[in-house]
Design a protein around this ligand. Structure first.
Ligand code: SAM
Ligand code: DTB
Ligand code: SF4
Length: 332
């Protein structure tokens, strides 16, 4: 066998059957990142097809129900009070306004409606409001998702009772790089919230951000940590940093598109049955990079012209792209 074929076979062995494994070692994930690109893409494609229709894409829409003024210091985030980004702190949105946005998202073709709040953690009286929003959105026949910061176990149970299908809470990066990015809460805090969400019977949406100046070893560490959770997150958002003026990460070195695609492929191979979302960062991404990300196993996007505070591609551009690629909304 040639040197290249041996390398491909070594890393491929870890995932041959497409079975769900929770014992991914860093070395095995490192071997995936080191695979020749064609072999990595082939493996990602093969695994993708064992669990999904390769032409189907899950469609989510985001709404910021509480914008800005967040006490946390996440270095990537335009909503932190620690940075001057021009994002103004607002109060929580009114229930009727949120429901109107959800109705519009459903009409536009969204399957899941994700409500985001710039909180370290929700206060119980805020949660009363969010529970009404969740119940109202659910009643429209949309899947519900929320991302509100850290949760206690009783808070997670309340959200479950209100009809919450998914909770988004990201690990963001590797355990080693984490302290370079956030100092106001720990990696363990995040893992604890994920446990509370899982124990409450809510599906977990958990991924991270790349392009924050981390090294490849941190991207490997992030994927290995996600893939070693006791149950894989049902949704894995891979965000490419949106560099926002005023944040500490505004002027850092950007990640090469092919390195980004490798992260998607590694997520697909290590978490075969999870929906992998090509998440933030699509606004400035070429159609070709997005197409490669879909080939690498991404099968979800945020749809609609705004993420939380930053732009996302216009609906027309996304529709045209999905059409050109022959991709269709995921069936239930
Ligand atoms: N405040 C809550 C929290 O942090 O858990 C929920 C909202 S927060 C904005 C949700 C996620 O958005 C973060 O964990 C991060 O992964 C992602 N995010 C925030 N700013 C971003 C940026 N500039 N580029 C890419 N992703 C970003
Ligand atoms: C996730 O992983 N990405 C979304 C969602 N979960 C909440 C947020 C992206 C935010 C990008 C920056 C902004 O628009 O403020
Ligand atoms: Fe706050 Fe969430 Fe932004 Fe961190 S990512 S500053 S917790 S809104």
């Amino acid at each position: 066998m040639s040197k290249i074929a041996v390398k491909a076979a070594d890393s491929g062995r870890a995932s041959q059957s497409g079975a769900i494994r929770h014992d991914w070692t860093r070395e095995q994930v490192r071997a995936l990142f080191a695979m020749p690109f064609p072999e990595l893409m082939y493996e990602a494609q093969r695994i993708h097809r064992l669990h999904f229709d390769s032409c189907e894409v899950q469609i989510s829409t985001l709404l910021s129900i509480k914008t800005g003024g967040c006490p946390e210091d996440c270095a990537y985030c335009p909503q932190s009070i620690h940075y001057k980004t021009g994002v103004k702190a607002e109060k929580i949105m009114r229930l009727d306004a949120v429901l109107a946005e959800a109705r519009a998202a459903k009409t536009a073709g969204a399957q899941r409606f994700c409500m985001g709040a710039a909180w370290r953690e929700p206060k119980d009286r805020d949660l009363d409001q969010v529970c009404l929003m969740v119940a109202g959105v659910k009643a429209m026949g949309l899947e519900t998702c929320a991302t509100l910061g850290m949760l206690t176990a009783p808070q997670a149970s309340r959200l479950k009772q209100a009809g919450l299908d998914y909770y988004n809470h990201n690990l963001d990066t590797s355990p080693e790089y984490y302290s370079q990015i956030i100092t106001t809460r720990t990696y363990q805090d995040r893992l604890d919230t994920l446990t509370h969400v899982r124990d409450a019977g809510i599906h977990v949406c958990c991924g991270g951000i790349v392009g924050m100046g981390e090294g490849e070893e941190d991207r490997i560490g992030m994927i290995a940590t996600l893939a070693s959770l006791p149950v894989h997150p049902e949704s894995v958002p891979i965000n490419l940093l949106v560099q926002v003026e005023g944040t500490p990460l505004a002027a850092g070195k950007t990640l090469a598109p092919l390195d980004f695609v490798r992260v998607i492929a590694a997520a697909r191979i290590t978490m075969p049955a999870s929906v992998v979302r090509l998440s933030a960062g699509r606004e400035d991404m070429s159609d070709e990079t997005q197409a490669l990300a879909f080939l690498a196993g991404a099968n979800s996007i945020f749809y609609g012209p705004k993420l939380l505070t930053t732009p996302n591609p216009e609906r027309d551009r996304d529709m045209a792209l999905l059409d050109r690629l022959g991709l269709i909304p995921m069936s239930d």
